[in-house]
Design a protein around this ligand. Structure first.
Ligand SMILES: C[S@@+](CC[C@H](N)C(=O)[O-])C[C@H]1O[C@@H](n2cnc3c(N)ncnc32)[C@H](O)[C@@H]1O
Length: 336
């Protein structure tokens, strides 16, 4: 009951912010043409959300991770409510002006494709205030299901760490953002050595703060397509909501980099948007999302053949799972 009450409260709180943002941004939605694929009904959406939480709870019952209930973290995030709502009109104006390159100046030296206001986000990924708002924005977009979707990426990682007998294993999070997923992993496995890699200094700084109570951490401000890590030094890697933001050529380069740094027998867990056909009733959302919020590479990602992308890098898929709007695909670097 505690789990159900906590998740229901999250969905109600962030769902209310989703609805409020839609009202504030109604002109944005009015401009959307009928998508080529139908949009899901409310009952289909709620059924898929219930399924996500049922699976999450099953993982708690199996003892895979403790009940996710960190009241201090939840309250800290929830306090961004006012700032989130005040930022919505700025996002709307940016979309009306098609202003997705406001961050060019502050992004000097970073890859060209990265010099954009993804999601028409204020400051892109390049300021403290963007890093402060990010987790709230994700939860509001997903109506309180974001963390539960991310937690599903832990399932194949836990299986790998439980089944392989490696001394002092290393987990790399590629595009770690503000460190939300690693904070969860460290709460379950505090001793695990983790490496957070991201191009955004402000996001990494926030990750550093939220992980400060743990040891065995490394933070790397670097591009995923040229990671400052030696060959075959990482036991497991994960990447959450990064690949859909990369141009196709960069995706290929990042897949090769991940394969390079993984040890033979190591695993890579990719968690990102579902793709066309994964959940046919949600295909319309895949049409609409990149139209609404600046996502220049999303549509091509939603059609990418992931097995072929990673096979070209030398990785073989070993499992796949759907967690509401997120697909979790696990790849292995075959042992020699
Ligand atoms: C949508 S966010 C996902 C963050 C986090 N993984 C999460 O679960 O919320 C994408 C992140 O990838 C980072 N990023 C984008 N392109 C990158 C690249 N080429 N190399 C490293 N990080 C990158 C961004 O700075 C941002 O923090």
């Amino acid at each position: 009951m505690t789990y159900a009450a906590a998740q229901a409260a999250r969905v109600a709180f962030y769902g209310a912010h989703y609805v409020a943002a839609r009202v504030l941004a109604r002109e944005m939605f009015a401009g959307i043409e009928r998508p080529p694929h139908p949009l899901p009904s409310l009952s289909e959406t709620l059924a898929a959300m219930r399924e996500l939480f049922a699976q999450d709870w099953e993982n708690v019952e199996r003892g895979l991770y403790p009940m996710p209930l960190n009241i201090a973290t939840e309250l800290r995030c929830a306090m961004e409510s006012g700032r989130f709502l005040m930022d919505v009109p700025r996002v709307v104006q940016r979309r009306q002006r098609k202003a997705h390159d406001e961050v060019r100046d502050r992004a000097a030296g970073l890859p060209h494709y990265y010099q954009q206001n993804f999601h028409f986000q204020t400051d892109g990924y390049l300021s403290d205030r963007s890093a402060q708002l990010y987790d709230f924005q994700v939860e509001a977009l997903f109506a309180g299901t974001g963390d539960a979707m991310r937690r599903r990426a832990y399932v194949p990682l836990a299986r790998f760490f439980d089944e392989t007998e490696v001394d002092n294993p290393v987990l790399l999070d590629v595009g770690s953002g503000t460190g939300g997923f690693l904070s969860f992993v460290k709460s379950v496995r505090p001793q695990l050595k983790t490496v957070a890699l991201d191009l955004s200094e402000p996001y990494l700084e926030r990750a550093r703060k939220s992980l400060s109570r743990y040891a065995n951490l490394e933070f790397l401000a670097a591009p995923a397509e040229a990671m400052p890590l030696p060959d075959a030094t990482v036991d497991a890697a994960v990447s959450i909501f990064l690949f859909h933001e990369l141009p196709p050529k960069v995706r290929e380069a990042v897949a090769k980099e991940i394969a390079r740094v993984l040890k033979p027998g190591g695993v890579f867990v990719l968690a990102d948007t579902i793709q066309y056909g994964d959940v046919p009733e949600f295909d319309g959302l895949l049409d609409v999302f990149p139209e609404l919020l600046h996502e220049p590479y999303y549509s091509s990602y939603a059609k990418t053949h992931l097995d072929a992308l990673f096979a070209a890098a030398g990785l073989k898929r070993i499992s796949s799972d759907i967690a509401y709007l997120t697909k979790i695909a696990t790849f292995e670097r075959p042992a020699r």
